[in-house]
Each structure stands twice: as structure tokens, then as C-alpha cells.
Design a protein around this ligand. Structure first.
Ligand SMILES: [Fe+2]
Ligand SMILES: [Fe+2]
Length: 297
């Protein structure tokens, strides 16, 4: 395992979705749609990260951490946009996610939004609560990033290469920046009770939203008759290696709740950096950026 620190930068990726089939994991609509829930949650969720972190920037008293947070904001803004761009493709294939994304937007913008609070303790409490929630969610984005980088079964089953590249480019950047949200929380507050409380909220919300999203996709997939999503299917997907395993997810809980937790202990930076150096979307983005700066210089 190698975990040298990297300077975080946003890669201006773009993906062409016209050749990606609806069931991009062949013959497995359930695993396809369970992973597709990312496209529903992340655009609003990562926009919300950026919104909260922009408010937090003036409170950071450490230059290195501020730089990391700025890099994190750039990466998350790009992730949000890249997943958002999958949605028109789903609509073209007869799967309009608007009824579900409207709920997700409400969740992040209203329920977890700024609220009308007077300046002072209440406002600060709510900001810290959200900083801690983001740290808890980032434990899971790093977990999923590490999983997808190692999910060889998706390759063996002939998963669509464009979708795999989106998931692995994103997953690799999640592994790259996995320490930022936790270090920011530690820097600004770091209270253990707050860490536990916000973990419980984040975990419950993720499970709730995820199973609802998978059910929404299965029920509205125009190619399925009586499509359903169940925990049994999820468990099976985990056993087969096309989804994260239930056991690995359960084992990740006490790790986050242990007092000695640090995200550096999770995932492998060298593997993430190696993927980004080979990713078709990330390398094309680097080439475009180089051409632009070359032309400008
Ligand atoms: Fe992300
Ligand atoms: Fe992230």
C-alpha cells in the first residue's frame, strides 16, 4: 500500500454516452441500476459539498489544508457535472429520473441547506454538523472508489468501457482526496460524539436513498416487466463481485468509528494515481488542458 500525498487537481473530463447500453453491465439490470443510483445522488450531493466548503474556507487556519480543500472543491464540482451528464442519456433510453432527482435535490438543498439562522452559535453549529456529515460520506465515497478500482469482475462481465472509466476516474479521485474531509473536520471541530452522530445520520440517509433509487430504476426500466430490487439481490451482487459486499461494508463501520481512524488507512493512493495516468477520459482531459495552456503560452 502506498499513500504519498498528491496535489489535488480537477481533470476536465468528458464522456460520450451514445454507445453505452441501458444495461451497461450485460444481463444484470439490478447491479447496473444499483450503481446507476450514483448518477442520481452525486450531482446534488457533490454540489452541496462545494456549497458547504465554500462557507468553510475562511475558517481554515492551515495553508496546506486550505489548498487541499480548494483542490477537493474543484474535483467534486467536476464529479457532480460528469454524473449529471449521464441523465439525458438515461432519458433517451426511456428512463426519466426526474421524479427521484427532485427528491434528492430537496434533501440536499432544503433539508441540508443553509436554513435561516442568526449569525452566531446556531449557525456555526449547523455548519460544523454539515462538515462532519461530509467527512462521514467521504468515508463511503473512498470505500466505493477503492472497491470500483479493484472490481475486476465488472471487466470480466464485459461492462461498458465508458461507464467503467467514469466510475474509476471518479473512484480514483475519491481515493486521492479521501483524507481532506476528515482532516478538515478534525481541524475545525473533531468532536468524537459529533463524528458518531453524523456517521449514523449519513449512513441511514445513504441506505435509505440508495435502496429507494435502486427500486425507482428497477420499477421504471422500460425493458423490465415487474422489475424489483431487494436486499437479496444486493447480497448476491456482492458475493459475485459486481457490487460491494455486505460484509466489507459492515466491516468499514467500526473502522470509521474507531478513535484512531484516519482515511490514509483506507485505499491505495498509488493505485489511484496509476489509474488516472491511464484513464482514457483523464488522459484526454490532460491533453486538452496541455494544448490550451500551450496555445495560451
Ligand atoms: Fe466525488
Ligand atoms: Fe469526494
Amino acid at each position: 500500500m502506498s499513500n504519498t500525498r498528491v496535489t489535488l487537481k480537477a481533470r476536465q473530463v468528458s464522456f460520450a454516452w451514445d454507445k453505452t447500453p441501458l444495461h451497461w453491465l450485460p444481463d444484470d439490470p439490478f447491479a447496473t441500476h444499483t450503481i446507476n443510483v450514483l448518477h442520481l445522488l452525486l450531482p446534488a450531493g457533490e454540489r452541496w459539498f462545494v456549497h458547504v466548503y465554500k462557507q468553510v474556507l475562511p475558517l481554515i487556519r492551515d495553508d496546506r489544508l486550505r489548498e487541499d480543500v480548494i483542490g477537493f472543491i474543484g474535483q467534486e464540482a467536476m464529479h457532480s457535472q460528469a454524473h449529471d451528464e449521464v441523465l439525458p442519456h438515461l432519458r433517451e433510453q426511456g428512463l426519466d429520473p426526474t421524479p427521484y432527482t427532485a427528491q434528492v435535490d430537496w434533501f440536499f438543498e432544503k433539508l441540508l441547506g443553509d436554513r435561516t439562522l442568526p449569525p452566531g452559535r446556531a449557525r456555526e453549529w449547523w455548519l460544523m454538523e454539515r462538515v462532519a456529515l461530509i467527512a462521514a460520506i467521504e468515508h463511503y465515497t473512498a470505500f466505493l472508489g477503492d472497491w470500483v478500482l479493484n472490481a475486476d469482475e465488472l471487466d470480466r462481465r464485459g461492462a461498458d468501457p465508458t461507464m467503467l472509466d467514469l466510475l474509476r476516474w471518479h473512484g480514483a479521485e475519491e481515493v486521492e482526496h479521501r483524507s481532506v474531509a476528515f482532516e478538515l473536520f478534525e481541524h475545525l471541530d473533531g468532536g468524537y460524539r459529533r463524528r458518531v452522530r453524523t456517521w449514523a445520520t449519513a449512513f441511514t440517509a445513504l441506505v435509505f436513498l440508495w435502496q429507494r433509487g435502486a427500486r425507482f430504476f428497477m420499477e421504471n426500466d422500460p425493458t423490465l416487466v415487474d422489475g424489483k430490487a431487494s436486499f437479496k439481490d444486493f447480497y448476491r451482487g456482492g458475493k459475485q463481485g459486481v457490487l460491494p459486499s455486505t460484509g466489507a461494508m459492515m466491516r468499514s463501520i467500526p473502522r470509521y468509528l474507531s478513535r484512531g481512524y484516519h482515511p490514509e488507512q483506507e485505499g491505495d493512493t498509488a493505485q489511484a494515481v496509476a489509474y488516472l495516468a491511464a484513464s482514457p477520459a483523464a488522459t484526454a482531459a490532460e491533453a486538452r488542458t496541455a494544448a490550451r495552456t500551450g496555445a495560451a503560452g
